[in-house]
Design a protein around this ligand. Structure first.
Ligand SMILES: Nc1nc2c(ncn2[C@@H]2O[C@H](COP(=O)(O)OP(=O)(O)OP(=O)(O)O)[C@@H](O)[C@H]2O)c(=O)[nH]1
Ligand code: SF4
Ligand SMILES: [Mg+2]
Length: 420
């Protein structure tokens, strides 16, 4: 519980051809024997995620990938898995074997990084073998457009320069997005509502709740946490008006009815929609809910494979409510964890969970994939608030900060369609 959750760590993907020394470099950078090294090409067969402290950068996840020049049927599966790493990386570290120089693979990686706006650091490894350093440096700069760092995982040459380069190229805002911090001032009171029903884990709060509490504390706010049944009494007992009420989406209707109209109300899912993803895109997706007809295929996507209880939100409640709205049985498909279909074209709508276990980049990639496939996407909180007719209220505390720049914008605020 003391560790930084994986989803909040900078994700560094180590890419390169087989045998370039990717795993060796990870071991050298972290000073640990955590990645399997061998002279046999193709040693790393699947992406391996390792959470660690990379000082002085802080908590990171290093993703060791199989060599991407792999061939054969198994090889192409490995290549596919390595490519998926692109979708969650915050930064790519491309390792080039100094003895082998540049090839089309490195050019392709540099091209993809540019396309995905993924910061790229290049390490030319094995310089202990005595290649012509200057010639290599020039070739990389010229062909890939990035100044490489010359290193040797074996002799440990160039490691601190490489770390400095990683820090320099890390996206400046990767750990700077707050959940509620920008919505409150020091001293503000925030009420958090967490239903303790059969779906709630025993004797603990779930990650979005814990992280929201921590964010409030970090920004000098005051939080109190209650069940929906205690909220009314709690609000009445308070000497000051809360700046915000945040509820679990499942208790939205009840909390909406007891929260005075002049007190802003939103949900954990809506806060997470902008923290992890793109709230405007997830809100725009609600328009598709009205067009759903019996038989339409809907994807319910969850970011982890948690234990499902009776009346589970993703597999039971949301399908039930959407069926009611569509006037008949929709055809639901489900995916969870790291899996997400590449081809979304067959779906009429994607309904995604709050994504607390995914990193921001991964969720943004999923939203982008949906947009590119022309498939509307919403998240649980936005979907539930819409179905209950309270989306306008739930969005208003966050709309100024998160919804600008999209269609319908007016002076930084969004005009909601009539249906809201
Ligand atoms: N001389 C020298 N050899 C190195 C260096 N870094 C790695 N090697 C050797 O290169 C070989 C491959 O190293 P790995 O770290 O397994 O390479 P990899 O890129 O992870 O390879 P795959 O997992 O097969 O894709 C091993 O024999 C290492 O000992 C280096 O800086 N100098
Ligand atoms: S299903 Fe989604 S929101 Fe729920 S715990 Fe898993 S990742 Fe987080
Ligand atoms: Mg390896």
């Amino acid at each position: 519980m003391l560790a930084t959750p994986r989803a909040n760590r900078l994700h560094i993907a180590i890419l390169g051809r087989r045998n370039a020394g990717k795993s060796s470099l990870i071991n050298a950078l972290t000073n640990q024997d955590i990645a399997l090294v061998s002279a046999k090409p193709g040693t790393t067969t699947d992406p391996v995620f390792k959470a660690m402290e990379l000082l002085p950068l802080g908590p990171v996840v290093i993703i060791d990938t199989p060599g991407i020049d792999d061939y054969g049927e198994l090889g192409s599966l490995r290549v596919q898995r390595s490519q998926q790493v692109f979708n969650r990386a915050d930064l790519a570290l491309l390792v080039i074997d100094a003895a082998r120089g540049l090839s089309d693979f490195e050019l392709e990686i540099a091209r993809r990084c540019k396309e995905l706006e993924l910061p790229l650091v290049i390490a030319v490894n094995k310089v202990d073998l005595g290649p012509d350093e200057e010639e290599l440096r020039q070739a990389v700069k010229q062909q890939l457009g990035v100044h490489p760092v010359l290193v040797s995982a074996k002799s440990r040459f160039g490691l601190s320069e490489l770390k400095q380069e990683i820090i320099r190229r890390a996206p400046p805002d990767w750990d700077d997005v707050s959940i509620v911090g920008d919505l409150i001032d020091p001293g503000d009171v925030v009420a958090l509502v967490t239903p303790i029903d059969s779906a709630a884990p025993k004797r603990r709060l779930i990650l979005p709740q814990v992280q929201t509490i921590r964010d409030i504390i970090d920004h000098g706010g005051i939080s109190f946490v209650v069940r929906e049944s205690e909220l009314k009494a709690c609000l009445a007992a308070l000497q000051i008006r809360p700046k915000l009420v945040v509820t679990d989406s499942q208790a939205f209707e009840m909390v909406n009815s007891v929260t005075p109209e002049d007190v802003p109300l939103t949900s954990f899912s809506i806060l997470y929609a902008r923290y992890k993803g793109d709230l405007a895109a997830l809100t725009a997706g609600t328009k598709a809910i009205e067009t759903l007809r019996p038989g339409d295929i809907v994807l319910i996507a969850e970011g982890c494979t948690h234990h499902r209880r009776q009346d589970d939100i993703g597999t039971v409640k949301i399908p039930r409510w959407l069926n009611q709205r569509a006037g008949g049985e929709l055809n639901f498909h489900f995916c969870s964890g790291g899996g997400f279909p590449d081809n979304l074209g067959e779906f009429k709508l994607v309904v995604h969970c709050g994504a607390c276990m995914l990193n921001r980049r991964q969720m943004l990639w999923r939203i982008r994939l949906a947009e590119e496939s022309g498939v509307p996407i919403v998240n649980y909180g936005v979907c539930i608030a819409y179905l209950q007719g309270i989306l306008q209220r739930a969005l208003s505390p966050v709309s100024r900060n998160s919804l600008s720049g999209r269609e319908g914008e007016e002076n930084g605020w969004v005009r909601f369609p009539e249906a809201f």
